[in-house]
Design a protein around this ligand. Sequence first.
Ligand SMILES: [Fe+2]
Ligand SMILES: [Fe+2]
Length: 180
Amino acid sequence: MAESKLIKGLMEDHDHILDALALLEKALKLVEEGRLDGSVIGDFITFLSDFADRCHHGKEELILFPLLERRGMPFHNSPLQVMACEHGMGRYFLRNARRALEGYLGGSKEAFSDVRRYLEYYSELLTDHIDKENNILFRMAEGFIGPEEGVEEAERVEEELGHERLLKKLNGLKGIIESQ
Ligand SMILES: [Fe+2]
Ligand SMILES: [Fe+2]
């Protein structure tokens, strides 16, 4: 159990991201079977861009990681560098998945294999990334920061980017997938 409230909140985000990835896998299968409109995949990509990339990775890159740097954790050749690089790779996969999806929705049926491939890359990357953060980086970070540090800033980011609203959207997507 995390002592730092900032880290506890980030770990809760991880659970929501993993839930979204499991639902996305089901959604991809349903689209392939012709039982779900492909536009729903776009809603997942939007959720992952807004919640995982902008809000969650935003809190890590703008609050937690710089705080750890200020406390003496190096950036280069450290878990911070690896985590920041992986956030960038995730963005690359999501952008290309979005582009391929636009092609698919525009009538190019074969573009769906690119949608699936980029989203599989994304899902594998994020699953492994979250495991590394939960089990390595965040455990190290507990020794560097106090229980309340970064919490106010994180709340500001969440308010600005609509953290609760985004979670409601995920719940809505869950309802759509589970009713199929
Ligand atoms: Fe991260
Ligand atoms: Fe994370």
